[in-house]
Design a binder for this molecule. Structure first.
Ligand SMILES: Cc1cc2nc3c(=O)[nH]c(=O)nc-3n(C[C@H](O)[C@H](O)[C@H](O)COP(=O)(O)O)c2cc1C
Length: 357
């Protein structure tokens, strides 16, 4: 029996947020899996000017305060995205705000960017650098405080405050739990936001050091016209990539669990189809020229592979880990290797977007 299978009943006795807190504490104490980053030449992949040992990453929201990046890389992930961090610490929404939907293999959350703020996040990234795991990539997912009026200011603060510490930045404009945030995906607001963010990024370049990649994380709840606008703006602003997608505000009709009507964003199995569909739309709209990270409902190698074939150069997951534990990254890498071999691909890069070629 796997270790996580043994402790899951105890974790599931706790409400979901307490269980998450217990998991973070256990990981900080070094009680997580110690496989090390999954390394295999066929899974090693160059994206965003960075070399990823494997394409399976931990999605934002699990490690909001950058506390367990090393532990999650040790569990097997090829990269870890910490955050969302906002400039100022904030408590988030009242509890309960996190729900397991066991029958649906899903999660609903309305956390509302609860986090300890940029200064604490920055201090942890500095501390982490002293014992960084070789080959492990760490991204910083940045957001805006709930009460900020000009939200672009907060993203620029996040970028400048962290500087060269993370390997890449994610501009998260797709949480459904911060009022007005998703409005930043509209053509005009997005142009204004990204021009200011990309200008700040340019201003941060020191000497010959390459600029840190900036990605934008979008929602799965977008119309075809909204997708077209986003594709045009991110290409025009020279953004380095897209993360597709965040949680959905739709999809409730098909759910079975008692918590199905809770407000917030839905993730896990029910978001797989809609997020993969937006992923393939964006791959086509950007002619396969923009690196895409596929996230939403991945719980096995087959689903990771489907995102890659739909256009993702890298993938991420969160919700399935609630049910399967952090060792899931290792199993997905094993399965991915078999699937690539079965289709005659020598690398992940060869398989990207093959649904359309
Ligand atoms: C409890 C929870 C908190 C999350 N918090 C964040 C967050 O702070 N920032 C963010 O960009 N995405 C956040 N997400 C979204 C995930 O990163 C991911 O995009 C989404 O859950 C879909 O992937 P999954 O089905 O593998 O969970 C959160 C998801 C969950 C379940």
């Amino acid at each position: 029996m796997r270790f996580y299978d043994a402790i899951r009943p105890a974790l599931f006795c706790l409400d979901a947020e307490r269980a998450h807190g217990a998991a973070i504490t256990a990981l900080k104490w070094g009680l997580g899996p110690k496989n090390g980053i999954y390394r295999h030449p066929k899974l090693k992949t160059d994206v965003l000017g960075l070399t990823f040992e494997n394409p399976v990453g931990l999605a934002a929201g699990f490690d909001k305060n950058a506390e367990v990046m090393g532990a999650m890389l040790q569990a097997g992930f090829g990269f870890v995205e910490a955050g969302t961090v906002t400039p100022l610490a904030q408590p988030g929404n009242p509890r309960p705000r996190l729900f397991r939907l066991l029958e649906d293999q899903a999660v609903i959350n309305r956390m509302g960017f609860n986090n300890e703020g940029l200064a604490a996040f920055r201090a942890r990234l500095i501390h982490y650098q002293d014992k960084a795991i070789s080959g492990g990539i760490v991204g910083a997912n940045i957001g805006a405080n709930k009460t900020t009026e000009d939200q672009a200011v907060d993203y620029v603060s996040g970028l400048k405050g962290l500087g060269a510490l993370p390997d890449y930045f994610t501009v998260n404009i797709s949480s459904p739990n911060t009022p007005g945030l998703r409005g930043l995906q509209g053509r005009e607001a997005l142009t204004d936001l990204l021009s200011r963010v990309m200008q700040a990024r340019t201003g941060m370049i020191v000497g010959d050091a390459p600029a840190k990649p900036v990605l934008v994380k979008i929602a799965p709840d977008l119309s075809p016209a909204e997708c077209e606008d986003i594709a045009e703006v991110v290409m025009a602003q020279n953004v380095d990539g897209l993360i597709i997608s965040n949680t959905t505000i739709g999809g409730r009709e098909a759910l079975m669990s008692q918590h199905r009507h809770e407000a917030g964003g839905l993730s896990g199995q029910p978001v797989f189809d809609v997020s993969t569909s937006i992923l393939s739309t964006m791959y086509k709209l950007t002619d396969g020229k923009l690196p895409l990270i596929g996230v939403g409902g991945i719980s096995n190698g087959q689903q990771a592979y489907a995102k890659i074939r739909a256009g993702a150069s890298l993938v991420q997951l969160y919700s399935a880990m609630v049910y399967e534990g952090p060792g899931l990254s290792y199993r997905i890498c094993d399965e991915l290797l078999q699937l690539l071999a079965a289709d005659g691909f020598a690398s992940v890069a060869e398989a990207v977007g093959t649904d359309y070629r």
